[in-house]
Design a protein around this ligand. Structure first.
Ligand code: SF4
Length: 340
Protein backbone atom coordinates (compact mmCIF):
# COMPACT_ATOMS: atom_id res chain seq x y z
CA UNK A 1 0.00 0.00 0.00
CA UNK A 2 1.29 3.48 -0.77
CA UNK A 3 2.02 5.55 2.30
CA UNK A 4 0.51 8.80 0.98
CA UNK A 5 -3.14 9.67 1.50
CA UNK A 6 -5.27 8.26 -1.27
CA UNK A 7 -8.22 10.61 -0.95
CA UNK A 8 -8.30 14.34 -1.31
CA UNK A 9 -8.27 15.99 2.04
CA UNK A 10 -11.66 17.61 2.41
CA UNK A 11 -10.70 19.35 5.61
CA UNK A 12 -12.45 18.82 8.90
CA UNK A 13 -15.99 18.92 7.50
CA UNK A 14 -16.47 15.82 5.35
CA UNK A 15 -19.91 15.34 3.80
CA UNK A 16 -22.54 13.30 5.58
CA UNK A 17 -24.49 10.55 3.82
CA UNK A 18 -27.34 13.01 3.32
CA UNK A 19 -24.97 15.42 1.56
CA UNK A 20 -23.82 12.54 -0.65
CA UNK A 21 -27.40 11.56 -1.51
CA UNK A 22 -28.18 15.17 -2.42
CA UNK A 23 -25.09 15.50 -4.61
CA UNK A 24 -25.75 12.22 -6.43
CA UNK A 25 -29.41 13.09 -6.93
CA UNK A 26 -28.45 16.24 -8.77
CA UNK A 27 -25.44 15.06 -10.75
CA UNK A 28 -25.18 11.27 -10.53
CA UNK A 29 -22.26 9.49 -8.85
CA UNK A 30 -19.85 11.29 -11.22
CA UNK A 31 -20.66 14.42 -9.25
CA UNK A 32 -18.67 13.05 -6.31
CA UNK A 33 -15.67 15.05 -7.42
CA UNK A 34 -13.73 14.48 -4.19
CA UNK A 35 -13.89 10.72 -4.48
CA UNK A 36 -10.59 9.20 -5.49
CA UNK A 37 -10.46 6.56 -8.20
CA UNK A 38 -8.10 3.81 -7.19
CA UNK A 39 -6.30 1.26 -9.28
CA UNK A 40 -9.17 -1.21 -9.18
CA UNK A 41 -11.42 1.45 -10.70
CA UNK A 42 -13.69 1.79 -7.69
CA UNK A 43 -14.06 5.25 -6.21
CA UNK A 44 -13.91 5.93 -2.51
CA UNK A 45 -15.65 8.85 -0.87
CA UNK A 46 -14.91 9.66 2.75
CA UNK A 47 -17.96 10.61 4.76
CA UNK A 48 -18.57 11.67 8.33
CA UNK A 49 -20.89 9.42 10.31
CA UNK A 50 -22.87 10.72 13.25
CA UNK A 51 -23.45 7.26 14.75
CA UNK A 52 -21.50 4.03 14.37
CA UNK A 53 -23.88 1.52 15.92
CA UNK A 54 -27.27 1.01 14.35
CA UNK A 55 -30.03 -0.46 16.50
CA UNK A 56 -32.07 -3.33 15.04
CA UNK A 57 -35.16 -5.05 16.31
CA UNK A 58 -36.45 -8.60 16.04
CA UNK A 59 -32.98 -10.11 15.65
CA UNK A 60 -30.83 -12.10 18.08
CA UNK A 61 -28.49 -9.09 18.26
CA UNK A 62 -29.25 -5.52 19.09
CA UNK A 63 -26.74 -3.54 17.07
CA UNK A 64 -25.07 -3.56 13.69
CA UNK A 65 -21.80 -1.95 12.66
CA UNK A 66 -20.60 -1.25 9.10
CA UNK A 67 -17.57 0.97 8.45
CA UNK A 68 -18.20 1.05 4.68
CA UNK A 69 -21.19 1.41 2.36
CA UNK A 70 -21.02 -0.37 -0.97
CA UNK A 71 -18.72 -3.32 -1.57
CA UNK A 72 -16.18 -3.95 -4.31
CA UNK A 73 -16.68 -7.70 -3.90
CA UNK A 74 -19.71 -7.06 -6.11
CA UNK A 75 -21.62 -10.32 -5.51
CA UNK A 76 -24.60 -10.38 -7.84
CA UNK A 77 -26.94 -11.73 -5.15
CA UNK A 78 -25.91 -9.23 -2.47
CA UNK A 79 -28.93 -8.15 -0.46
CA UNK A 80 -27.19 -4.88 0.45
CA UNK A 81 -27.34 -3.68 -3.15
CA UNK A 82 -30.78 -2.32 -2.49
CA UNK A 83 -29.51 -0.03 0.27
CA UNK A 84 -27.39 1.95 -2.18
CA UNK A 85 -30.63 3.14 -3.72
CA UNK A 86 -31.28 5.02 -0.48
CA UNK A 87 -28.35 7.26 -1.39
CA UNK A 88 -29.62 8.00 -4.87
CA UNK A 89 -27.09 5.53 -6.26
CA UNK A 90 -27.97 2.51 -8.33
CA UNK A 91 -27.88 -1.08 -7.12
CA UNK A 92 -25.84 -2.19 -10.14
CA UNK A 93 -22.46 -0.62 -10.89
CA UNK A 94 -22.54 2.07 -8.21
CA UNK A 95 -22.91 -0.50 -5.44
CA UNK A 96 -19.61 -2.17 -6.32
CA UNK A 97 -17.74 0.88 -7.56
CA UNK A 98 -18.67 3.83 -5.35
CA UNK A 99 -17.71 3.05 -1.77
CA UNK A 100 -18.52 5.40 1.07
CA UNK A 101 -15.92 5.31 3.85
CA UNK A 102 -16.94 6.33 7.37
CA UNK A 103 -13.55 7.74 8.20
CA UNK A 104 -14.50 8.64 11.80
CA UNK A 105 -16.36 5.41 12.61
CA UNK A 106 -13.96 4.16 15.30
CA UNK A 107 -13.98 7.47 17.15
CA UNK A 108 -17.77 7.60 17.12
CA UNK A 109 -17.97 3.94 18.19
CA UNK A 110 -15.66 4.62 21.12
CA UNK A 111 -17.91 7.47 22.21
CA UNK A 112 -20.99 5.24 22.03
CA UNK A 113 -19.37 2.35 23.88
CA UNK A 114 -17.91 4.58 26.58
CA UNK A 115 -21.35 5.80 27.58
CA UNK A 116 -22.19 4.67 31.13
CA UNK A 117 -25.54 3.41 29.80
CA UNK A 118 -23.87 0.99 27.36
CA UNK A 119 -24.92 -2.53 28.35
CA UNK A 120 -22.50 -4.54 26.18
CA UNK A 121 -25.14 -5.97 23.87
CA UNK A 122 -24.03 -8.15 20.97
CA UNK A 123 -22.81 -6.20 17.94
CA UNK A 124 -23.23 -7.79 14.50
CA UNK A 125 -20.28 -6.50 12.48
CA UNK A 126 -20.40 -6.48 8.66
CA UNK A 127 -24.10 -7.02 8.19
CA UNK A 128 -24.50 -4.88 5.11
CA UNK A 129 -21.10 -4.51 3.47
CA UNK A 130 -17.89 -6.44 3.86
CA UNK A 131 -15.66 -5.05 6.61
CA UNK A 132 -12.64 -6.72 4.96
CA UNK A 133 -13.15 -5.61 1.38
CA UNK A 134 -9.83 -4.50 -0.16
CA UNK A 135 -9.97 -0.83 0.92
CA UNK A 136 -9.76 -1.98 4.55
CA UNK A 137 -6.08 -2.66 3.80
CA UNK A 138 -5.65 1.09 3.56
CA UNK A 139 -8.05 2.50 6.14
CA UNK A 140 -7.91 -0.21 8.86
CA UNK A 141 -11.30 0.98 10.15
CA UNK A 142 -12.52 -2.55 10.93
CA UNK A 143 -9.33 -3.22 12.87
CA UNK A 144 -9.82 -0.01 14.86
CA UNK A 145 -13.46 -0.89 15.56
CA UNK A 146 -12.50 -4.34 16.89
CA UNK A 147 -9.99 -2.68 19.20
CA UNK A 148 -12.70 -0.35 20.47
CA UNK A 149 -15.12 -3.27 21.02
CA UNK A 150 -12.38 -5.14 22.90
CA UNK A 151 -11.71 -2.13 25.12
CA UNK A 152 -15.42 -1.97 25.83
CA UNK A 153 -15.64 -5.76 26.44
CA UNK A 154 -18.49 -5.87 23.93
CA UNK A 155 -19.37 -9.23 22.30
CA UNK A 156 -19.45 -9.37 18.53
CA UNK A 157 -20.15 -11.62 15.54
CA UNK A 158 -18.36 -10.56 12.36
CA UNK A 159 -19.26 -11.71 8.82
CA UNK A 160 -16.83 -11.37 5.92
CA UNK A 161 -15.63 -12.82 2.64
CA UNK A 162 -12.22 -11.23 3.08
CA UNK A 163 -9.20 -13.37 4.00
CA UNK A 164 -7.61 -10.07 5.09
CA UNK A 165 -9.26 -10.75 8.44
CA UNK A 166 -6.17 -12.82 9.37
CA UNK A 167 -4.18 -9.56 9.42
CA UNK A 168 -6.12 -8.76 12.59
CA UNK A 169 -5.63 -12.03 14.43
CA UNK A 170 -3.81 -10.14 17.18
CA UNK A 171 -6.75 -7.83 17.91
CA UNK A 172 -9.25 -10.68 17.52
CA UNK A 173 -7.33 -12.67 20.13
CA UNK A 174 -7.35 -9.63 22.38
CA UNK A 175 -11.11 -9.31 21.84
CA UNK A 176 -11.71 -13.04 22.44
CA UNK A 177 -9.98 -12.78 25.82
CA UNK A 178 -12.47 -10.23 27.12
CA UNK A 179 -15.74 -10.94 25.29
CA UNK A 180 -17.39 -13.47 23.03
CA UNK A 181 -16.03 -13.16 19.53
CA UNK A 182 -17.24 -15.12 16.50
CA UNK A 183 -15.98 -14.82 12.95
CA UNK A 184 -18.21 -16.13 10.17
CA UNK A 185 -16.46 -16.54 6.84
CA UNK A 186 -18.99 -16.45 4.03
CA UNK A 187 -18.26 -19.24 1.53
CA UNK A 188 -21.43 -20.08 -0.41
CA UNK A 189 -19.66 -22.61 -2.63
CA UNK A 190 -16.24 -23.93 -3.59
CA UNK A 191 -17.37 -24.48 -7.18
CA UNK A 192 -14.97 -22.38 -9.30
CA UNK A 193 -17.40 -21.51 -12.09
CA UNK A 194 -20.15 -20.45 -9.71
CA UNK A 195 -17.68 -18.43 -7.63
CA UNK A 196 -16.31 -16.56 -10.66
CA UNK A 197 -19.80 -15.93 -11.98
CA UNK A 198 -21.56 -14.87 -8.80
CA UNK A 199 -18.85 -13.23 -6.70
CA UNK A 200 -16.55 -11.55 -9.21
CA UNK A 201 -14.58 -9.40 -6.74
CA UNK A 202 -13.98 -11.88 -3.94
CA UNK A 203 -11.00 -14.00 -2.97
CA UNK A 204 -10.96 -17.65 -4.04
CA UNK A 205 -13.18 -19.74 -1.73
CA UNK A 206 -10.28 -21.94 -0.65
CA UNK A 207 -8.27 -18.87 0.27
CA UNK A 208 -11.18 -17.87 2.51
CA UNK A 209 -11.21 -21.33 4.07
CA UNK A 210 -7.47 -21.12 4.71
CA UNK A 211 -8.23 -17.94 6.62
CA UNK A 212 -10.76 -19.89 8.71
CA UNK A 213 -8.08 -22.46 9.46
CA UNK A 214 -5.65 -19.72 10.51
CA UNK A 215 -8.25 -18.12 12.78
CA UNK A 216 -9.20 -21.41 14.42
CA UNK A 217 -5.52 -22.30 14.90
CA UNK A 218 -5.08 -18.95 16.61
CA UNK A 219 -7.81 -19.87 19.09
CA UNK A 220 -10.55 -17.74 17.54
CA UNK A 221 -14.07 -19.08 17.22
CA UNK A 222 -14.43 -19.14 13.43
CA UNK A 223 -16.81 -20.96 11.11
CA UNK A 224 -18.46 -20.74 7.72
CA UNK A 225 -21.73 -19.47 6.35
CA UNK A 226 -22.77 -21.05 3.07
CA UNK A 227 -24.81 -18.01 2.32
CA UNK A 228 -26.55 -17.72 0.11
CA UNK A 229 -27.07 -20.97 -1.75
CA UNK A 230 -28.12 -19.90 -5.24
CA UNK A 231 -30.56 -22.22 -7.00
CA UNK A 232 -29.18 -23.69 -10.20
CA UNK A 233 -25.68 -22.30 -9.59
CA UNK A 234 -24.58 -23.81 -6.27
CA UNK A 235 -27.51 -25.96 -5.15
CA UNK A 236 -26.78 -29.37 -6.69
CA UNK A 237 -26.08 -32.19 -4.30
CA UNK A 238 -22.55 -32.68 -5.66
CA UNK A 239 -21.64 -28.99 -5.27
CA UNK A 240 -23.10 -28.82 -1.78
CA UNK A 241 -21.24 -31.96 -0.75
CA UNK A 242 -17.92 -30.74 -2.16
CA UNK A 243 -18.35 -27.43 -0.35
CA UNK A 244 -19.25 -28.97 3.00
CA UNK A 245 -16.43 -31.49 2.80
CA UNK A 246 -13.91 -28.72 2.03
CA UNK A 247 -15.27 -26.63 4.90
CA UNK A 248 -14.88 -29.60 7.27
CA UNK A 249 -11.36 -30.25 5.96
CA UNK A 250 -10.38 -26.70 6.91
CA UNK A 251 -11.41 -27.10 10.53
CA UNK A 252 -14.38 -24.72 10.62
CA UNK A 253 -15.95 -24.75 14.05
CA UNK A 254 -19.47 -24.42 12.68
CA UNK A 255 -21.35 -24.06 9.42
CA UNK A 256 -24.67 -22.44 8.57
CA UNK A 257 -26.58 -21.95 5.36
CA UNK A 258 -29.47 -20.19 3.73
CA UNK A 259 -31.10 -20.07 0.32
CA UNK A 260 -30.95 -16.79 -1.66
CA UNK A 261 -33.78 -14.36 -1.40
CA UNK A 262 -34.38 -11.46 -3.76
CA UNK A 263 -35.86 -8.11 -2.94
CA UNK A 264 -36.11 -4.61 -4.42
CA UNK A 265 -32.88 -3.38 -6.04
CA UNK A 266 -31.17 -6.73 -5.49
CA UNK A 267 -33.92 -8.51 -7.36
CA UNK A 268 -33.74 -6.03 -10.26
CA UNK A 269 -29.99 -6.40 -10.45
CA UNK A 270 -30.03 -10.21 -10.29
CA UNK A 271 -32.71 -10.57 -12.94
CA UNK A 272 -30.85 -8.18 -15.26
CA UNK A 273 -27.68 -10.20 -14.67
CA UNK A 274 -29.50 -13.41 -15.61
CA UNK A 275 -31.06 -11.84 -18.67
CA UNK A 276 -27.63 -10.67 -19.83
CA UNK A 277 -25.51 -13.71 -18.96
CA UNK A 278 -27.89 -16.67 -18.60
CA UNK A 279 -31.08 -15.85 -20.48
CA UNK A 280 -32.22 -19.46 -20.60
CA UNK A 281 -32.37 -19.52 -16.77
CA UNK A 282 -34.50 -16.42 -16.46
CA UNK A 283 -37.98 -18.00 -16.80
CA UNK A 284 -37.17 -20.58 -14.13
CA UNK A 285 -35.97 -17.91 -11.71
CA UNK A 286 -39.04 -15.82 -12.38
CA UNK A 287 -41.17 -18.78 -11.39
CA UNK A 288 -39.05 -19.74 -8.36
CA UNK A 289 -38.87 -16.13 -7.19
CA UNK A 290 -42.45 -15.11 -7.78
CA UNK A 291 -42.13 -13.81 -4.20
CA UNK A 292 -39.18 -12.62 -2.17
CA UNK A 293 -38.29 -16.16 -1.07
CA UNK A 294 -38.49 -19.35 -3.12
CA UNK A 295 -41.28 -21.69 -2.01
CA UNK A 296 -40.96 -23.23 1.46
CA UNK A 297 -40.80 -26.74 0.05
CA UNK A 298 -37.75 -25.85 -2.02
CA UNK A 299 -35.94 -24.16 0.87
CA UNK A 300 -36.68 -27.07 3.18
CA UNK A 301 -35.37 -29.52 0.62
CA UNK A 302 -32.06 -27.65 0.28
CA UNK A 303 -31.71 -27.12 4.02
CA UNK A 304 -32.46 -30.80 4.67
CA UNK A 305 -29.78 -31.81 2.22
CA UNK A 306 -27.27 -29.51 3.87
CA UNK A 307 -28.14 -30.88 7.31
CA UNK A 308 -27.61 -34.45 6.11
CA UNK A 309 -24.23 -33.47 4.68
CA UNK A 310 -23.28 -31.66 7.88
CA UNK A 311 -23.97 -34.91 9.73
CA UNK A 312 -21.92 -36.89 7.27
CA UNK A 313 -18.89 -34.60 7.66
CA UNK A 314 -19.24 -34.06 11.39
CA UNK A 315 -20.29 -30.43 11.16
CA UNK A 316 -23.75 -30.52 12.73
CA UNK A 317 -22.61 -30.12 16.30
CA UNK A 318 -20.36 -27.28 15.33
CA UNK A 319 -23.39 -25.59 13.79
CA UNK A 320 -25.19 -25.64 17.11
CA UNK A 321 -23.27 -22.66 18.27
CA UNK A 322 -23.52 -20.11 21.02
CA UNK A 323 -25.67 -17.00 20.84
CA UNK A 324 -23.13 -14.99 18.85
CA UNK A 325 -22.66 -17.75 16.29
CA UNK A 326 -26.37 -18.03 15.84
CA UNK A 327 -26.69 -14.26 15.76
CA UNK A 328 -24.00 -13.84 13.14
CA UNK A 329 -25.45 -16.70 11.13
CA UNK A 330 -28.84 -15.05 11.19
CA UNK A 331 -27.36 -11.90 9.75
CA UNK A 332 -27.20 -13.64 6.42
CA UNK A 333 -29.68 -16.39 7.08
CA UNK A 334 -32.51 -13.93 7.32
CA UNK A 335 -31.00 -11.23 5.16
CA UNK A 336 -33.00 -8.72 7.08
CA UNK A 337 -33.40 -5.14 6.08
CA UNK A 338 -31.14 -2.87 8.06
CA UNK A 339 -31.78 0.79 8.53
CA UNK A 340 -28.29 2.27 8.44
S1 SF4 B 1 -19.06 -9.59 0.09
FE1 SF4 B 1 -21.02 -9.47 1.18
S2 SF4 B 1 -21.44 -7.27 1.25
FE2 SF4 B 1 -19.88 -7.56 -0.33
S3 SF4 B 1 -20.99 -7.75 -2.24
FE3 SF4 B 1 -20.65 -9.82 -1.46
S4 SF4 B 1 -22.49 -10.32 -0.26
FE4 SF4 B 1 -22.46 -8.09 -0.56
Amino acid sequence: MPSFPLLFDLGPAKPTTRDIARTVKVGGSEALTEAERRADQARYQEITCRSALNRVEGMPFEWTLNPYRGCTHGCHYCFARRYHVQFEMNADDDFASVILVKHNVATVLAREIDRPAWTRDVVAFGTATDPYQPIEGHYKLSRQCIQVLARGRTPMGLVTKGPMVVRDIDVLQEHSRVARCTICMSVPTVDEDAWRTLEPGTAHPVQRLRAVRALVDAGINAGVLMAPIVPGFTSSRSKLERTIKTIADHGARFVGCNVMHLQDGTRDHFMKFLEREFPSMLPRFERLYAKKYPPDAYRKEVQGLVRALQDRYGLTRRGEGNDEEIAAEKVEAEQVGFAW
